[in-house]
Ligand binder design. Structure first.
Ligand SMILES: NC(=O)c1ccc[n+]([C@@H]2O[C@H](COP(=O)([O-])OP(=O)(O)OC[C@H]3O[C@@H](n4cnc5c(N)ncnc54)[C@H](OP(=O)(O)O)[C@@H]3O)[C@@H](O)[C@H]2O)c1
Length: 292
C-alpha cells in the first residue's frame, strides 16, 4: 500500500474514544494528519486528545464532544466543523454499536440503533458535504458490519422497527441501510461530477471492543457462538481497513464499495437494489430533516 501524504489533511473521526476508532485516530495522527477526534464524554475525549499529542508529537489534534443519538447534537458538530475548518478531507463515521434487548427511543423519538448507526452518519455527511467537496481527495468512510448479511431482516416500511425489534435485527438492519445510502451517495456524487469525493463502507472484523457493551447481548453472542466465529482481531487490526481507506493511494477515486479485510467485497445480494436504496434515502432525509 502506498500512503498519500496525509500531512495536514483534516480528518474527522467519530467514536474515537475507544476500540477501533481510537486506534485509527492514533495511526492517522502518526501519519501527520490534522485529526479531529469525536467522543460523547468531555473528559474522555480531552484526555484522548492529549494522549494522541503526547504519543505522536503531532500538535494538530482537536476534539469535539457530542451525543450522536441526537440529531440536534449532530447539527452542532457540523456547525462547529464548518465554522472552524477551511477544509475537510476525510469524514470517518465510526461511532456505532448495538443497543439494548428492549427497543428504546432517543428524546427525539428515534429508535436508538437507527439513530446512532444510520441517521447520525447520514445527517453529518449531508451537513459536511460542501466542505468535503472542496477537498481534492475527499473521502467519506462509513463503518458498517458483516452483520448486514447475517442479521439484517429489513422491513422497508418499518425502518425503525416499531413492530418487530430485536437487538440483532436492529443492528443488522442499520448497518445494511448505511451501506445502501452510501452506495446511493456515491452514485449521486459521480453523476454530479464530484469525482474528487469517494464514499465507501467497511466491516472492520470481529473485535472484542466495547461495542457489545450496552446490548444485553444474547442474540449476537449466540450467533457468534453458533458460527464459531472468535473475536479474532485486536482493535488495532480492526482499525486497519479504516486507515487504509483514509490514507492509501490505492483507493484514490474508488467509490461505492464495501471493504472487508482491506479488499472490496460484494454486499449481501438479497436487498441490494436501487429501489431499497431510494426508500432508505428518502426515509433518512425525512427523519433527519435534510435534503442532499
Ligand atoms: N467490534 C466489532 O467486532 C465490530 C464489528 C463490526 C462493526 N463494528 C463497528 O465498528 C464501529 C466501532 O466500534 P468498536 O468496536 O470500536 O466499539 P466501541 O469500542 O464501543 O467504540 C464505539 C465508539 O462510539 C462511541 N459512541 C457510542 N455511542 C455513542 C453516542 N450515542 N454518541 C457518540 N458516540 C458514541 C463510543 O463512545 P464511548 O467511548 O463514550 O463509549 C466509542 O467511542 C461501530 O460502528 C461498530 O458498529 C464493530
Amino acid at each position: 500500500m502506498t500512503n498519500i501524504k496525509n500531512e495536514r489533511r483534516v480528518i474527522l473521526i467519530t467514536g474515537a474514544t475507544s476500540g477501533i476508532g481510537r486506534e485509527a485516530a492514533f495511526a492517522l495522527a502518526r501519519q501527520g494528519a490534522h485529526v479531529i477526534v469525536h467522543g460523547r464524554d468531555q473528559a474522555k475525549t480531552e484526555s484522548l486528545k492529549q494522549e494522541i499529542i503526547d504519543a505522536t508529537r503531532n500538535l494538530f489534534v482537536d476534539s469535539i464532544v457530542a451525543d450522536l443519538f441526537l440529531l440536534s447534537e449532530v447539527r452542532k458538530v457540523a456547525a462547529l466543523i464548518n465554522e472552524r475548518y477551511a477544509q475537510l478531507d476525510v469524514l470517518i463515521n465510526n461511532a456505532g454499536g448495538l443497543m439494548g434487548l428492549q427497543r428504546e427511543t432517543t428524546s427525539e423519538g428515534h429508535e436508538k440503533t437507527i439513530a446512532l448507526n444510520l441517521l447520525a452518519p447520514f445527517l453529518l455527511t449531508g451537513l459536511l458535504l460542501d466542505k468535503l467537496k472542496k477537498s481534492s481527495d475527499g473521502r467519506i468512510i462509513n463503518v458498517s458490519s458483516v452483520a448486514h448479511k447475517q442479521l439484517a431482516k429489513p422491513d422497508f416500511t418499518d425502518i425503525e422497527n416499531q413492530n418487530r425489534y430485536s437487538v440483532a435485527k436492529a443492528y443488522g438492519d442499520a448497518k445494511l441501510y448505511l451501506i445502501l445510502v452510501s452506495q446511493k451517495l456515491s452514485r449521486k456524487l459521480e453523476k454530479g461530477g464530484f469525482e474528487n469525493i469517494t464514499v465507501n463502507t467497511l466491516h472492520p472484523g470481529l473485535v472484542a471492543s466495547n461495542f457489545l457493551g450496552g446490548s444485553g447481548l444474547t442474540g449476537l453472542i449466540k450467533w457468534i457462538g453458533k458460527l464459531s466465529i472468535p473475536f479474532s482481531k485486536t482493535a488495532a487490526e480492526g482499525a486497519e481497513t479504516i486507515i487504509y481507506l483514509a490514507s492509501s493511494n490505492d483507493v484514490k477515486g474508488v467509490s461505492g464499495k464495501y471493504f472487508n479485510n482491506g479488499k472490496p467485497e460484494k454486499i449481501g445480494r438479497k436487498y441490494d437494489f436501487p429501489k431499497n436504496e431510494n426508500t432508505v434515502w428518502t426515509y433518512c432525509e425525512h427523519a433527519a430533516d435534510i435534503v442532499y
